[in-house]
Write a protein that binds this ligand. Structure first.
Ligand code: FES
Length: 150
């Protein structure tokens, strides 16, 4: 049975971005691909390189000689050590998808999660002059929370 780990707010990873985090002793890359989120183990199955720091790219496909298309831009990650490429959405190798893959993890986005504001437990410092501050939010202080399930 998987366990759910809160990673960050969804808006902290912009489209095309990534965040590499340690979760329960594992390094995991969380990617935003066109506002869909995917998590990948940050370890290349070839020789263990930190895969999730690699270049994000697309792939060339074709159905006949001379007919090539470049597609899936931002969905393929290239290992920084020897260049093996993997599909971020499935973890499958581009070159050998039936035999080589990197571990993926489900990601959930908890809508309308209300996160309490961070509180400074030390209290106010009386030696500092302060001013009233208000914070406005367009969504009543609610932000979507990204969770990875290991
Ligand atoms: S360690 Fe990733 S391709 Fe070699």
């Amino acid at each position: 049975m998987s366990k759910k780990y809160q990673v960050c707010y969804a808006d902290e990873i912009p489209a095309g971005g990534r965040l590499i985090v340690d979760i329960a002793g594992r390094s995991v890359g969380v990617f935003n691909v066109n506002d869909e989120y995917f998590a990948l183990r940050n370890s290349c199955p070839h020789k263990g390189a930190p895969l999730c720091g690699g270049l994000l790219d697309g792939m060339v496909t074709g159905d006949a000689p001379g007919h090539a298309e470049f597609e899936r831009l931002g969905e393929i990650i290239r290992c920084p050590w020897h260049g093996w490429e993997f599909d971020i959405k499935t973890g499958q190798s581009v070159l050998n998808p039936h035999k080589v893959w990197v571990r993926t993890y489900p990601v959930s986005v908890d809508a309308d999660e209300l996160i309490p504001p961070k509180v400074d437990c030390a209290g106010p410092d009386p030696s500092i002059e302060t001013y009233a501050v208000t914070a406005e939010s367009t969504n009543s202080g609610k932000r979507r929370l990204l969770c990875v399930h290991l």
